[in-house]
Design a protein around this ligand. Sequence first.
Ligand SMILES: Nc1ncnc2c1ncn2[C@@H]1O[C@H](COP(=O)(O)OP(=O)(O)O)[C@@H](O)[C@H]1O
Ligand SMILES: [Mg+2]
Length: 218
Amino acid sequence: MIEKPGLFISFEGGEGSGKSTQIRRLEEWFRNQGRDIVVTREPGGSSGAEEIRTLLLTGDPGRWDAVTEALLMFASRRDHVERTIRPALADGKVVLCDRFADSSVAYQGYGHGLGPDYIRNLWELAIDGFKPDLTLMFDLPVEVGLARAGARFANVSAAEDRFERMGLEFHQRLRNGFREIADAEPQRCRIIDADGDIETVSERVISTVEAFIAGQGA
Ligand SMILES: Nc1ncnc2c1ncn2[C@@H]1O[C@H](COP(=O)(O)OP(=O)(O)O)[C@@H](O)[C@H]1O
Ligand SMILES: [Mg+2]
């Protein structure tokens, strides 16, 4: 606790599940309580990691093989953890992160078939297994999420949509993968039913975070 007096919350789930929308809502909620807060995202969140982000999220879906993709993710993540996340937590801030290492377990582990253990080993090697205090997993039927994400990208040029274009079966493996991760670590992970309007989902997020904080203080 001396090394990490802040609170680190990650947002996970498929494309279009509402992570970015809800992170802004939760940011507002924490600000209203007077907490210092850092909102960040992966891949990215530090200047070096943002450069790697472009390599990962643009271009042909087959641009990288699965191992290279996983290594690029952890290279960017290490930079992000060392330069952005750990310093903010050491200052006692709340860090809200749009995706973190569970996305590597889901996308490269379950989605591309490297297997969850392979990615968990990388996680250990690259960032000493550093984890969020709380992880919110946004769960939504794949078709609903991709339809939402497609609408979002319709009016954006040079879209960062490399993963969106990976096909329905890939995204179904992601959804199942996120559920398995949550089942394996119930003390850290909470599944959020993301199928509902923005206000309803926001209420689910805030009550989950309130319960977590209350349990932490006890
Ligand atoms: N609960 C919701 N119901 C309907 N549309 C939503 C909901 N939450 C977000 N959206 C819309 O769906 C799209 C994807 O949401 P976003 O928050 O960007 O998802 P993610 O970050 O998980 O990919 C956006 O256009 C957003 O406005
Ligand atoms: Mg998003």
